[in-house]
Each structure stands twice: as C-alpha cells, then as structure tokens.
Design a protein around this ligand. Structure first.
Ligand code: NAG
Ligand code: NAG
Ligand code: NAG
Ligand code: NAG
Ligand code: NAG
Length: 265
C-alpha cells in the first residue's frame, strides 16, 4: 500500500516534470520562431513605392544598404528554384551599390563642380545609389527563406578622391555589370527571343539580344543621351514587369573627358 502510494506520487512527480519540460519546449518553440523581420518584404521601405529609393540625397546608407551581414535562412529544406541566381545578382548588386555609396561618402557636390562636371552630378550619384538600394531589396525579397541572403563585402575600389577617376570607375562598373547581367540571362531561362530594352525618359528602344554572345550594342540614337536604363526582356519595349527578365540597370554614359581614365582601366 505504502509502496504503491510512493510509486504513484513518484509517477506524478515524473509526470509533472515531463509536463513542465513539455510546456517549456512548447514555449521555447513559440518564443523563438525563426522569424527575422528582414525576411519580410513588407519590412522597411518598399521598392517601387517608397521615394527613398529614388530621391534621398543623404550620406547615411539607405536601407538595405545599412546592413553589413548576411541574413540567415529561417527555414530548412529545399531552396527556391532561382535562389542561386538571385544570390549571384545580389552579390553583384552589393558591389555596384557600394560604388555609389562610397562616392556619396567621399565627395561633396562642389568637388564635381570644381572638376568641371555638371552641378547635378553629386545628386545623380546619390540617386543612382538609392536606385541600387532598391535593387538590393528586390533581390533580397526573391530569395527563399531556406537560403542565406548574401550581405556586402568590404570593397576597396582604389578610389583616389579624384572626381574624374571616380566617374570613370563607376562607368566601368556599370558596363561590366551589364555584361554580368547578360550572362545571367542564360541562367534565368531558355527562350527564343530576348530584347535589350533601353529607357531614356519616356522613350524605349529595343534591340534583339542574342544570349549566345551576350553582346549588346547601344543604339546610336540613344548614345548621346547620358543617363539611361537597360533591361533584358522577352518582349520589345518591356511593356510589363513580367516581361523583364533582368534589370533594370542604370547606365551613366561617360563624358568625353573621362575617356583617358576609361582607357586606363
Ligand atoms: C520569408 O518569411 C517571411 C515571414 O517571416 C515572409 O513574409 C516572406 O514572404 C518569406 N519569403 C519568401 C521568399 O517566401
Ligand atoms: C537599417 O534600416 C532599417 C530601416 O530603416 C532599420 O530598421 C534598421 O534598424 C537599420 N539597421 C542597421 C543595422 O542600421
Ligand atoms: C538553414 O539551412 C541549413 C542547411 O539547410 C539547415 O541546416 C539549418 O537548419 C537552416 N536554419 C534554420 C533556422 O532552419
Ligand atoms: C546648375 O547649372 C545650371 C546650368 O549649367 C544653372 O542654370 C543652375 O543655376 C545651376 N544650379 C545651381 C544650384 O548652381
Ligand atoms: C547568336 O549568335 C550566335 C553566335 O554568333 C549565332 O550562331 C546565332 O545565329 C545568333 N542567333 C541569332 C538569333 O542571331
């Protein structure tokens, strides 16, 4: 009798302990869901909606350019189909974004004016930086929660503080990253017809884009226009967001005075 009572109370104690452990486990589970607000596309300014991705002129890096670490996966399991493509695009985008962020940090508007460039040069650099920050966010949002979202490296571009050297370098990076996007198009899909679509103000110019060569010649009529955007699309004119396979990428056309620097790169 005694023995069985002890046994029962022991059992009860074990039971109670187990129940507590269970509750604790359940609570830990609920308290630490692998939630990271940065993985939520509605967190922070939203590309295409928030003006900070086009006309913020401050020096401090705009979101998500203010992040310095990768964002870890919050789930395990099968990665999204295009995760690797977007991880590559995002890594390239970090490099491009930082060219402009470093420019904004290194120069003042007067540096470009004193070097003979238009008085809008600094603001344009800040705005291209903003636009690149929007691309960072777009690419981040494309990566599934089962994959890591790459963060930036520390980039030493060898900038000397010479405004002309800087602008030449930025142009060089735009051109090489355009080639990079061309290469990625092949990874994205296999289709018969691709177009490189150039945008300037309200005009678009489409030229066939051959994915085997990945070479695009900028149409002669838009060469003198200065800043323009390019996208790779599967329809002429890139009429819908869905038709855009890669890009848009802003292109800063090089003034003639940059030529010696560009040739030296
Ligand atoms: C990742 O998870 C967040 C919630 O934590 C969700 O809002 C977001 O849509 C998920 N991302 C993808 C690409 O499914
Ligand atoms: C980056 O900016 C976002 C949005 O403004 C902010 O919530 C976040 O705390 C910032 N992160 C860092 C590391 O500064
Ligand atoms: C992240 O992915 C790795 C590899 O698939 C996995 O082992 C790990 O559990 C994942 N992290 C989370 C929080 O699910
Ligand atoms: C910038 O330059 C243009 C012409 O080159 C001039 O009309 C304008 O007043 C200048 N703006 C400033 C703020 O200096
Ligand atoms: C694309 O370029 C390759 C290599 O030059 C060529 O063989 C092919 O015919 C071209 N395709 C089109 C559609 O022009």
């Amino acid at each position: 009798m005694m023995k069985s009572r002890v046994l029962r109370s022991d059992l009860l104690r074990v039971f109670a302990t187990l129940a507590m452990v269970f509750v604790v486990v359940v609570q830990v589970d609920a308290a630490v869901p692998n939630y990271n607000p940065l993985r939520d596309p509605s967190f922070g300014p939203i590309p295409g909606e928030d003006p900070s991705y086009s006309d913020y002129l401050g020096v401090a890096p705009p979101f998500p350019g203010n992040l310095s670490s990768p964002i870890l996966n919050t789930t395990s399991g099968t990665p999204g189909l295009d995760d690797v493509v977007f991880q590559n695009l995002l890594s390239a985008e970090w490099l491009v974004y930082n060219v402009y962020q470093q420019g904004v940090e290194l120069f003042k508007a007067s540096d470009f004016i004193n070097a003979g460039f238009p008085n809008t040069t600094f603001d344009r650099i800040a705005q291209i930086r903003d636009n690149e920050a929007g691309h960072l966010r777009v690419f981040q949002d494309q990566i599934s929660n089962a994959s890591v979202v790459p963060g930036p490296c520390k980039y030493d571009y060898g900038l000397t503080g010479d405004p002309a050297q800087y602008l030449a370098f930025a142009t060089f990076v735009e051109l090489t990253s355009m080639a990079f996007v061309s290469g990625l198009t092949e990874q994205l899909a296999k289709a018969d017809n691709y177009y490189a679509v150039f945008f300037h103000a309200l005009n678009t110019y489409s030229v066939p884009f051959n994915t085997s060569t990945g070479v695009v010649t900028i149409p002669a009529q838009i060469e003198p226009l200065g800043l323009l955007m390019i996208a790779i699309a599967d329809e002429p004119g890139a009429p819908t967001a869905e038709s855009v396979l890669a890009g848009p990428l802003p292109i800063l056309q090089a003034p003639t005075s940059l030529r010696p620097y560009l040739l030296g790169l």
